[in-house]
Design a protein around this ligand. Structure first.
Ligand SMILES: NC(=O)c1ccc[n+]([C@@H]2O[C@H](COP(=O)([O-])OP(=O)(O)OC[C@H]3O[C@@H](n4cnc5c(N)ncnc54)[C@H](O)[C@@H]3O)[C@@H](O)[C@H]2O)c1
Ligand SMILES: O=C(O)C[C@H](O)C(=O)O
Length: 344
């Protein structure tokens, strides 16, 4: 049963802005990431300050009251770009007319767990949400799955939405990409904005492969850094791949603000286009780079005219080959596990 939309609004719906309002649905709106994400979206960080956004928040019934508190704060922020804020506990209503959907709502892992340990707890959320998207989302809907294990949850959602192109279901490895930029910047003594051509391949898990093979700093390759195999293999790769666990150990809770920021980066680039040579996005594999079709895996991607495209033709050395294959194999195992559970 749906709860009544609260319909908070600082502005009349019909007030003038150049473009029609964009409907953005955020699940898990009362959670930690939701709290960080909603204010960034409403501030214009997602689609620019001149694009009116109507927010549609989905929560479980027990958390609707907390979501109402967040909606009150959104209202009190008087964001010029924010239109209406409606709250639902029914996915069918929440995804009605959605142009963009952030699928965040799900349980985070605790210390000592791997993200795949959440498959049985969270996987069941994403089938019904895929069906609800299929039933009522806008024709141009773009879906980003943040809730873990994000890649396989995105696959579950996509498999329940036969009328939506599978290319519209993506999972978030942008946080891993940003972590890789930050680690390389620290090692190279440069600013993150001076780095280009970093890739995160595979799963948002410890098997992910943050790849510096093609990386540049200020347009120049980094042979001295790549020659330091101890740093690349024993420091950089595990630091990036295990950063989520390190954050949990330090904060006592999983990353929230950096995850929200990466979610903004992912969807902003998807809608407005990438500005660097490429970024990392988990999308449905078409078999590129020998990654099996039918899994949602991270690739080097550009976004052009609202579509992710895999950057083709990169040379893959033996070390990278083994790493990419290992993460793809894990995704195939996760797919088999959710098939076994009847989730796809
Ligand atoms: N992909 C990434 O890089 C990345 C990064 C950080 C966190 N995460 C994942 O994001 C998820 C959310 O993290 P968080 O810190 O916000 O957790 P949280 O526990 O603070 O919030 C989760 C919210 O989701 C809600 N929720 C649960 N089931 C729901 C459902 N069926 N529909 C709608 N809402 C529902 C809960 O009520 C809660 O408010 C976790 O799975 C976490 O592991 C992913
Ligand atoms: O690691 C986690 O469980 C949370 C998130 O996926 C992260 O990478 O920070």
């Amino acid at each position: 049963m749906g709860c009544a939309p609260c319909g908070l609004s600082n502005v009349p719906k019909e007030s003038f802005m150049a473009n029609a309002p964009v409907n953005v649905t955020v699940t898990g709106a009362a959670g930690n990431i939701g709290y960080a994400l909603l204010f960034r979206i409403a501030s214009g960080a997602l689609l620019g300050p001149d694009q009116r956004i109507n927010l549609r928040l989905l929560e479980i019934p027990q958390a609707v009251k907390a979501a109402e508190g967040t909606a009150m704060e959104l209202f009190d922020s008087a964001f010029p770009a924010l239109g209406t804020v409606d709250i639902f506990d029914d996915p069918v209503q929440a995804f009605e007319g959605a142009n963009i959907a952030f699928l965040v709502g799900s349980m985070p892992r605790k210390a000592g767990m791997e993200r795949a340990d959440l498959l049985s707890a969270n996987g069941g959320i994403f089938g019904p949400q895929g069906e609800a998207l299929n039933a009522g989302a806008a024709d141009d809907v773009k879906v980003l799955v943040v809730g873990n294990p994000a890649n396989t949850n995105a696959l579950i959602a996509a498999s329940h939405a036969p009328d939506i192109p599978a290319s519209r279901f993506t999972a978030m490895t942008r946080l891993d990409h940003n972590r890789a930029l930050a680690q390389l910047a620290a090692r190279a003594g440069c600013h993150v904005s001076e780095i280009d051509k970093v890739t995160v391949w595979g799963n948002h898990s410890t098997t992910q492969y943050p790849d510096l093979t093609h990386a540049t700093v200020n347009g120049a390759p980094i042979p001295e850094i790549l020659a330091d195999r101890t740093w690349v293999e024993e420091d950089f790769i595990p630091t990036v791949a295990k950063r989520g666990a390190a954050i949990i150990a330090a904060r006592g809770a999983s990353s929230a603000a950096s995850a929200a920021s990466a979610a903004i980066d992912h969807v902003r680039d998807w809608c407005q286009g990438t500005t660097s040579s490429w970024t990392s996005s988990s999308i449905m594999s078409d078999g590129s780079y020998g990654v099996a079709e039918g899994i949602i895996s991270s690739f080097p991607c550009t976004a052009v005219d609202g579509e992710w495209k895999i950057v083709e033709g990169l040379e893959i050395d033996d070390f990278s080959r083994a790493k990419i294959d290992a993460s793809a194999a894990e995704l195939l195992d996760e797919r088999a596990a959710v098939a076994e559970m009847g989730l796809i």
